[in-house]
Design a protein around this ligand. Structure first.
Ligand code: IPD
Ligand code: CA
Ligand code: CA
Length: 256
């Protein structure tokens, strides 16, 4: 288990795929599902990342959004080749590449790269969190009126949205403001570096959040499921905060 070498490899792969995405050569857009775009760039990015990692770590397995599980091993790479495809398609610069490495289900390292911003977030378990090599930390805000929370409207799951929207509407009256960034991995990094105090979203997938969850935890933040819910890595219902405000947000949002 050489996490430093794996971190280097993940960073290199993210930079390489990120350079391709940043060029924005013509790409083809399809609807994967209702309100859910996929482009040939999503697939090309995933192929490029897996090829780069496999070359250096042929014994590892891969779980990616576009190609699923290609090998199941104790050491698994979990990849979202473009998190925020809608932003990518619309030329909104908030899209990321998310790469995590897990061993027997435990998060070991996370890399989130935002190519259009050239921000590279990294964390290795127990080693702190960084943006472009500089240590990052969650914010020290404790007052709801100073808190900015990133969230989504759970627009792909109307039955969940119906339940959650009234809770969000009530919460909006207590905090400074909400943001809807459009990339869960970027949302998590914003909590990690203290831009926002919280991020919550329901029905995410492991590849959306694995890297970002570790980055928040290593930056001193807290990540759980929603009140009444299971572990976020299993449920996909994520609540990430600066830790200081976790109880506040946890109290107000329930999903069960
Ligand atoms: C999406 C983004 C978005 C979130 C969606 C995700 P994708 O990922 O993270 O912020 O609200 O639920 O599916 O589809 O662009 O990889
Ligand atoms: Ca995603
Ligand atoms: Ca994606």
């Amino acid at each position: 288990m050489d996490l430093r070498a794996r971190l280097e490899a993940a960073r290199d792969a993210a930079l390489k795929a990120g350079a391709m995405l940043r060029e924005r050569h013509s790409f083809h857009v399809e609807h994967k599902a209702e309100n859910d775009y996929v482009t040939d760039m999503d697939r090309a990015s995933e192929r490029m990342i897996i090829a780069a990692l496999r070359e250096r770590f042929p014994e590892d397995g891969f779980l990616g959004e576009e190609y699923g599980v290609t090998e199941r091993r104790d050491g698994m790479w979990v990849i979202d080749p473009i998190d925020g495809t809608t932003n990518f398609v619309k030329n909104i610069p908030l899209y990321t590449i998310s790469i995590a490495y897990m061993e027997k289900g435990e998060l070991k390292l996370g890399v989130v790269y935002a190519p259009a911003l050239d921000e590279m977030y990294t964390a290795v378990k127990g080693g702190g969190a960084f943006c472009n090599g500089q240590p990052i930390h969650v914010s020290a805000v404790t007052e709801p009126r100073d808190a900015v929370a990133a969230m989504s409207f759970v627009h792909r799951h109307p039955e969940v949205a119906k339940k959650v929207m009234p809770q969000l509407a009530a919460l909006l009256l207590e905090v400074n403001d909400f943001r809807r960034m459009g990339s869960a991995a970027f949302d998590l990094c914003c909590v990690a570096c203290g831009r926002t105090e919280a991020f919550f979203e329901a029905k995410l997938e492991l590849y959306d959040i694995a890297a970002g969850v570790l980055i928040v935890r290593e930056a001193g933040g807290k990540v759980t499921g929603w009140r009444g819910g299971a572990d976020c890595l299993v449920s996909g219902n994520v609540m990430a905060t600066n830790g200081l405000m976790h109880d506040f947000f946890y109290d107000r949002l329930r999903l069960d």
